[in-house]
Write a protein that binds this ligand. Sequence first.
Ligand code: FAD
Length: 468
Amino acid sequence: GSADAQCDVLVLGAGPGGYSAAFRAADLGLSVVLVERYSTLGGVCLNVGCIPSKALLHTAAVMEEAQSLVKHGISFEKPAIDLDGLRAYKDGVVGKLTGGLAGMAKARKVKVVTGVGAFADPHHLTVKSADGATQTIRFASAIIAAGSQSVKLPFLPDDSRVVDSTGALQLASIPEKMLVIGGGIIGQEMGTVYSALGTRLDVVEMQNALMLGADRDLVKVWEKMNKRRFDRVMLNTRTVNAAAKDDGIWVEFEGEGAPEGPQRYDLVLQAVGRAPNGKRIGADKAGIAVTDRGFIDVDTQMRTNVSHIYAIGDIVGQPMLAHKAVHEGHVAAEAIAGQKSFFDARVIPSVAYTDPEVAWVGLTEEQARDRGIKIEKGLFPWAASGRAIANGRDEGFTKLLFDADTHRIVGGGIVGTHAGDLISEVVLAIEMGADAVDIGKTIHPHPTLGESIGMAAEVAEGSCTDIP
Ligand code: FAD
């Protein structure tokens, strides 16, 4: 058919997966069109995910830390909160990054087309812009990076006091009482922000624990430090109904932790997971197979069942994380450029940017136990870390897990301030096939929290005798 534009590579969606793929493809000499429905690049992560949440979490952590300095002999007045100012700061952070991406696209001559894209056939995508105009783009290869959106519970009323993470990040007001539905990372991060601003929290989780996926010993430390934020932690419990009334959203619960009768909330956050956008892009017109749940299956080069069409990021499956999307984006672009790139990561790290942070990677102790894998453990408590004590934050610990036969590192977890930054060394160690001696004999700068990784390795080796 006729086309308004054509390119070597069409990328559908400009989140971390899409822009990374587009930039890599352009750097490899391919002509690239990047289609995005919103006027800014960056997708969920930059606009309504990773970045704005971290701008707010940083603010929350500094605010609370400032208050805690009273035990260091320094006291501040109770913080005065200017919500417009905080919102402006967060929006400024996002703007800086999305603006930077637009500049990077331009510098690489990546053509950005704004509008909703849908496949017309295996070599054409139709883009409909907000003003109703349509254009058709012909492509040799395509990369689908259309991401995911939050799952909506059907019985929750359509009301401004019922939000998903995007609504929560808008910070319309500081509610007195908030319900977080879902015990996962996104819910706990948003809860942390609102709690620091003065909101009382309830959390409800269908399963038997919060922050599933991480080892319980890590999560326990977070729970102990965060107990004060919650009026109720309802586990093995579901929300079953909700009604919007003048005085609040009244929610009914069922299960082990369910309180009697409906409870009143000023804000209800639903954070019960994210669903892929696979069914909203006309995939069938191009012959692309989409699963019942809306995911697109790919091979290790990120290729779908249609060999010149690739898919990356949240839309291809768990874990739905930005750093996974970026890595996959690079693989797909390189494969299209004819390189022998494959998705071959041994591990993908996870981080809850709560306070303290919880970070983990690779095999957990729980998984090792379930699978009957014999491991050696090296655990270093931060109560023995000079730096953690100096920081006044020694509640955390660093744990490394080694294969009992080879002594190679297979997993690790860190709970404490900056755990998310610290976990990278553990990821690298796993990718490099390091053993306990490699890590333990690596000289770490003193006094740092990072030292705890070397110490944990020495504990596993049995050579840690002089804890500082
Ligand atoms: P997305 O970022 O979802 O981008 C997809 C893009 O495609 C969107 O911009 C969308 O508008 C566009 N699009 C979709 N369909 C069409 C169409 N038909 N036409 C045109 N455009 C279309 N991950 C982390 O790693 N670390 C974190 O700290 C973190 N925090 C998060 C906090 C929150 C509150 C949320 C919601 C998520 C967070 N995530 C985090 C997850 C992270 O945002 C996602 O994993 C990541 O954005 C996925 O990237 P992606 O490229 O697959 O898709």
